[in-house]
Design a protein around this ligand. Sequence first.
Ligand SMILES: Nc1ncnc2c1ncn2[C@@H]1O[C@H](COP(=O)(O)OP(=O)(O)OP(=O)(O)O)[C@@H](O)[C@H]1O
Ligand SMILES: [Mg+2]
Length: 453
Amino acid sequence: MSIDHEHQTHNTGGGLRRSRAVTVERASAVPRLATLGTLLRGWRERAMLTQEQLAERADLNVRTVRRLESSELQQPRATSIVLLAQALGLDGEERAMLAATARGLPGPGEGREPVTTGSPRAAISVPRQLPADVAAFVGRGRELTALERHEHPNTAAVTTIDGMAGVGKTALAVHAAHRLAPRFPDGQLFLNLHGHTGAVPVEPGDALARLLLALDVPDRRIPCDVEDRAALYRGVVADRRVLIVLDDASDADQVRPLLPAGPGCRLIVTGRRRLIGLDDTRALSLDVPPPAEAIALFTRMAGPERAGEATADVLTETVERCGRLPLALRIAAVRLQTRPAWSVRHLLDRLRDDRTAELAAGRHSVTAALDLSYRRLPGELRRAYRLLGVRAGAEFGLDEAAAVQDTTVARARRLLDQLLDVHLVQEPAPSRYRFHDLVRDHAAGVTVAAGDC
Ligand SMILES: Nc1ncnc2c1ncn2[C@@H]1O[C@H](COP(=O)(O)OP(=O)(O)OP(=O)(O)O)[C@@H](O)[C@H]1O
Ligand SMILES: [Mg+2]
């Protein structure tokens, strides 16, 4: 049945209701190698819409619809294509065909032949928002492999990276994203959700608006309602291959509306808190690097000529004094770079003397980074953190945790679980706990300030 025939048949039926015959013929109602204009006209006629009605439904100018159908408009916005697909009620395969044709690519099932019959190429502005890669990225081989191999056949693959302040979550996500970028020709989006920067965490509705704008959706088309925004966002990325990095999420609720649905998308989320409650995600909990990797990191950051002068023992102790925390290693390396007269040995002496003071450089300090995690805790957790940090042994169990807080074992366990979720405490073995050295220093510092002990 030709499209024109179908159009006449149903128009003589006199209504806008679709008949079963049309539904059955959905997939075959358009030529396989069609121009964008032919596809649109065919689907519009199948839906028994006039150009004016389609324009109204899609919230587009009728002139745009006319020019698209006549192939006069060669460079439609990607958003217009999404809005038209929604207005025409296209199914998944048809949407993919429309999107592919608009981009001058073969649609699904059309083989490898490009569409050459004058198909217009959509002017999709491809967002490339990734921050610069870490110039001297070191290690994290296992995590990079996990990130690169994570794929999902029928939905967007989502990887979350959690870990303590300064452990290297953002550096890993950005580095992995640069490596993955060639697989995502429709763009790479990066959004800082400000979970722990001291700024107000970004609301999901604002985050969606920012993502939609980056995806070329004009401001006036962005709905007010958060759910409508999320639906539009999912529609816009459904047929695209986009990589999205959401950095520094505060919790799962902030991220949930930002999950894309299409299998062509990848999402990488970082955050200091474990993102519990997101379905179908793969979680990578990032620990401090092993000693050899920490030395390599420090050497790259400080410069091999400076670090190379030090003995292996001095280097080992220096990175251990920094708790092997990349943020601390970076600050220590910057100290060395800005003090040409210092040797690593001299830096080590200063770290032995007062590492909290030493691990502060300008705006960046380990204390400031940990403060941002601490300040987000509710009152009872802050108190638990202070008491445990100062009074508990190097490694402690639940009984000891309960005793130092003068509370029950059940409550001590609950509080420790919450501190574990935000990576302020570690659990090296089941129900055995310890603090990272720099976190313990921080707990001691805030305890003095709070006058607890
Ligand atoms: N593998 C690495 N190679 C080189 N530099 C790294 C690596 N990991 C981290 N760094 C550096 O260490 C510092 C801290 O890393 P990053 O900012 O990624 O930590 P984070 O876990 O995201 O911290 P926050 O919790 O504050 O967001 C940065 O200067 C970063 O460039
Ligand atoms: Mg970060």
